[in-house]
Design a protein around this ligand. Structure first.
Ligand SMILES: [Zn+2]
Length: 240
């Protein structure tokens, strides 16, 4: 296991000062598949997904990216009223085929966490499609090189640093944020991810208040296949 922090370009200045007391409220939602043909708790049917997006739109939510949230926490940049982040993990083709057109209808964007070694593999998203999402305002983030559990013996340099470099090279864009595989992290891993030059990292959880102390484990609320709209409404911060 190689866990020495390695300089990988524009890293964060660790002497940067922050207002530790200030929190922002942003629901960060996590999806995997959006498909009519997959039977899994990690799949939300397109009709249900569309219903959730309409609910957000009708209540004046605006989508932002994880990079936007990081920037708001670090530098105090403004977010729109009622911000929400839609994240998708693992880079499934059905997100491009089924979720993307629905988001386009509402002028919504998302943050897509891609496993670096799957790009351009058979049956996976290719560079051209990811570049189209980038051009539509989506953020592409890193979800490691191979989706290894990074809290057990694993090659952090390859999974965290090389994954970012591969994605940056293929997509010709800056990769700013990281999603821990399985939402699992420990303190050493969070510090390594910070030192690798990412501006934020996301895990799992239901807290919707974020601040500097949570920047390297931002909670994301996983949306399961069976969530009805009235349940969705129960955990969202603004419902009128
Ligand atoms: Zn994943």
């Amino acid at each position: 296991m190689t866990n020495e922090p390695v300089d990988s370009g524009p890293a964060i200045d660790p002497t940067e000062t922050f207002d530790e007391t200030e929190s922002i409220t942003v629901p960060i939602l996590l999806y995997h598949h959006v498909s009519d043909t997959i039977d899994s708790q990690y799949n939300v049917r397109p009709a249900r997904f569309a219903e959730q997006m309409k609910w957000l739109y009708d209540r004046g939510y605006s989508t932002v990216t994880i990079a936007d949230v990081a920037s708001a926490i670090r530098y105090g940049t403004e977010l729109p009223a009622r911000p929400v982040v839609l994240t998708f993990d693992d880079g499934y083709l059905d997100v491009y085929q089924n979720a993307y057109p629905i988001l386009q209808q509402y002028g919504f964007v998302a943050t897509f966490y891609i496993i670096a070694n799957t790009v351009d593999a058979a049956g996976s998203l290719n560079t051209r499609k990811l570049q189209k999402l980038l051009a539509s305002g989506w953020e592409i983030g890193s979800h490691s090189m191979t989706h290894a559990d990074l809290t057990t013996d694993s090659d952090w340099e390859n999974e965290i640093i090389n994954a970012r470099l591969v994605l940056e090279e293929k997509l010709d864009t800056e990769i700013r944020t990281f999603a821990y595989p399985y939402g699992k992290a420990n303190d050493a891993l969070k510090t390594y991810t910070l030192n690798a030059g990412y501006s934020a990292a996301v895990g799992l959880g239901s807290i919707m208040e974020h601040n500097h102390n949570t920047l390297f484990f931002l909670h994301r609320k996983e949306i399961k296949s069976w969530y009805e709209l009235d349940f969705f409404e129960e955990f969202m911060p603004w419902t009128d």
